[in-house]
Design a protein around this ligand. Sequence first.
Ligand code: JFZ
Length: 458
Amino acid sequence: MKYLLHLICTLLFIFPFGVYAQNIAEVEAAVGYNATNIEPRNDPAMNKWRYNRFGQFFHIGLYTTFGAEYDGQQAKAGEWLKSEFKLSDEVYNKALNEFNPFKFNASDWAKIDKTMGTKYMIITAKHHEGFCLWPSKFTDFTIKNTPYKKDMLGPLFEAYNSYGIDVFFYYSILDWNHPDYRAIISSPEDKVAMERYIGFVIKQLDELLTLYPQLTGLWFDGQWDTAYKSNPEWGWKIEEFLRKKKPNIIINNRLRSDVNGKLDRDKSDKHYGDFDASFEQKMPDPLTKYLNTDWETSSTLMNNGWSYSKKWQGEIKTSKSIVENLVKATSANGNFVLNFAPTPEGSISEYETKISKEIGSWMSKNNKAIYGCGAINLPKPSWGYYTQSKEKVYMIMFQKPSSKLIQLPFQSEKIKSVKLLNNDNIKLSRSKSKDGTLIIDLTELNQDNIANVIELQF
Ligand code: JFZ
């Protein structure tokens, strides 16, 4: 609706009375393929997304079978292996005969996520390699033609939705397998081929939304090749199709470009789609830059690879650092997504299971400081972060302050109660400074392995 209004206003501005857009192409040109959600969406689906704060990513595909290794060499990112080692289709596609996640059990995965406290999951329905985790009618390059044979996407809905966890699909525009995909267009034939490819994408998305009506949204990626980004009508057309087919669908911003080929955000710095997902492995800088925008950051557990790796390399993140990033994102009105890389058997690794329990044990006591929470208008304190929801402010302490008494920037008389969320046995005594601000005595407090959360009720 908002988008329509915006469109009409733009048109009235560009085409004065008596002149009107002849056809849809003119309408599109008029808006320059700019962002269409000028204000954040405020419908139930998007409010739920914003409430969720914590999501789970899964990268699994043919690349999983290589374990990020080829010919004794370690790939930088497992899911990029085909491109990194310049493997031919012939060599790479042998993995079709290897892909067999026979231990995959959607309800095991869902239980892990339920324990960890994630509220939505995103799975790689199709990554850059072009392989489909569902038996698509529009290509043979699917799970149906592997030893596993079965659909991996369908079973997720029952398992996850029964815990109230939403399912999203990752879908890559970039496709290393499809014969019509073009990274650059150097002839009229290339353009025709790429147009056929866009038709294929729309057919596949139609298929996904028809087969899986419970799907909450789509996480696009791989929109950066010159051919695609310099033809903004394609991304526009795909988005238009999706919004018509499923009006409450949630789409990230990595699907479109504007007339200048700008990705992620248009020239007025408005993100495309419903939220900005261009913070892969990072956060807005400064952190408070996008407080009025829906955004999401995603993170690997191990260096920059998103898929299964036989060898775990580089720095592996701890549950404390993951929780800290979740809290940090929440404190700036963003969502945080943690990636897991299922094994070739389709199970969750030991380290990931251990991490999910550690995070889950913290979340089960402290999730009130995360779900439905957001930014407070105060500078970041040295001991951690503030978050807030309605009449509550949460102090999430990753380091216990060195002084026993801390003075807070709140009028004491306005605070009804002060309580530690993760331990009922410890009572925190309070007092009031000369200027009436709240002082809390932390003498009794022991630093939690991850973080203590103090709830202030207004
Ligand atoms: C993409 C993929 O290439 C990668 O394999 C993985 O699936 C990841 C989640 O997404 O990589 C990205 C995505 C976003 C940015 C950079 C790389 N970004 O916004 O900077």
